[in-house]
Write a protein that binds this ligand. Structure first.
Ligand SMILES: Cc1cc2nc3c(=O)[nH]c(=O)nc-3n(C[C@H](O)[C@H](O)[C@H](O)COP(=O)(O)O)c2cc1C
Length: 191
C-alpha cells in the first residue's frame, strides 16, 4: 500500500485541523497507510545546523531535522491540514518547509532536497475566509521548493459558531463532500 503523510499546521491539542485530518484519514485508511508527521521538536532555522556530508555524527538538532526528512522521503504523498494565521500560513510550517527546502547534504547545492517532486495537497479549517489566503500562499511556497502541488480541489472549511463554543465540529454534508472530492483526487494523483 502507498503511504500518505499528514502534516498538521497546528500544535494545539484539540486542533480543528487535526480533527479534519482524522476525517480524511477515515476516508483513505483502507487504501493507503496514513501517518502523521511529528515535527514539534525541530529547531528554528539556523544555518549553523545544516547537515554537511554523510548523516553520521549529527548533533541533537541535526538528528531532529534528519528524522523529519527521512519521514518525508518515505511518503508517496503529503497532505497538509492547516489553520490560517493573519491571512497566511502559520510560522511553524514556514520553519518546517525552510528546513525541507535545503539539500539534505548541503556540501553541494546540486544535492537533492527531501521534498523536491513530492506530491502534496493542502486543506484548512478556520474562519469565514475558509483558509483561502493561507492555502494560496502555502501553495506558492510549495511550488517554489519544487513540490508537485495538487492545487484543485482543496477543501477550505469555515468553522461554524458551534465549533468555537464546543471546541469540536461536525462537517456539513457539503463540506464532507468537498473533503471526499479532494481525497479521491489526491488518491489518483498519488497513484
Ligand atoms: C495568530 C492567529 C492569527 C489568526 N488569523 C486568522 C486569519 O487570518 N483567518 C482566519 O480564518 N482565522 C484566523 N485565526 C483563527 C484560527 O483560524 C483558529 O484559531 C483555528 O481554530 C486554528 O486552528 P486549529 O484549531 O487547528 O489550531 C487566527 C488565529 C491565531 C492564533
Amino acid at each position: 500500500m502507498k503511504h500518505i503523510l499528514f502534516i498538521i499546521g497546528s500544535f494545539r491539542k484539540e486542533s480543528f485541523n487535526r480533527q479534519l485530518a482524522k476525517i480524511a484519514e477515515d476516508i483513505l485508511k483502507d487504501r493507503f497507510v496514513i501517518s502523521y508527521l511529528d515535527f514539534n521538536d525541530i529547531p528554528y532555522m539556523n544555518q549553523d545546523w545544516e547537515i554537511k556530508g554523510p548523516s553520521k555524527c549529527l548533533t541533537q538538532e541535526q538528528e531532529r531535522i534528519h528524522r523529519v526528512r527521512e519521514e518525508i522521503l518515505k511518503a508517496d504523498g503529503i497532505w497538509i491540514f492547516t489553520p490560517e494565521y493573519n491571512h497566511s500560513y502559520p510560522g511553524l510550517l514556514k520553519n518546517l518547509f525552510d528546513w525541507l527546502s535545503r539539500p539534505m547534504d548541503i556540501s553541494n547545492f546540486a544535492n537533492p532536497t527531501a521534498v523536491q517532486g513530492k506530491k502534496v495537497t493542502v486543506s484548512g479549517a478556520g474562519g469565514k475566509n475558509k483558509t483561502a489566503s493561507c492555502r494560496a500562499k502555502l501553495n506558492e511556497l510549495l511550488e517554489y521548493i519544487k513540490m508537485d502541488v495538487m492545487k484543485e480541489p482543496q477543501a477550505g472549511i469555515a468553522l461554524g459558531l458551534e465549533a468555537w463554543v464546543k471546541g469540536e465540529f461536525k462537517l456539513t454534508e457539503e463540506q464532507l463532500n468537498e473533503l471526499k472530492e479532494q481525497a479521491e483526487n489526491f488518491a489518483e494523483f498519488v497513484g
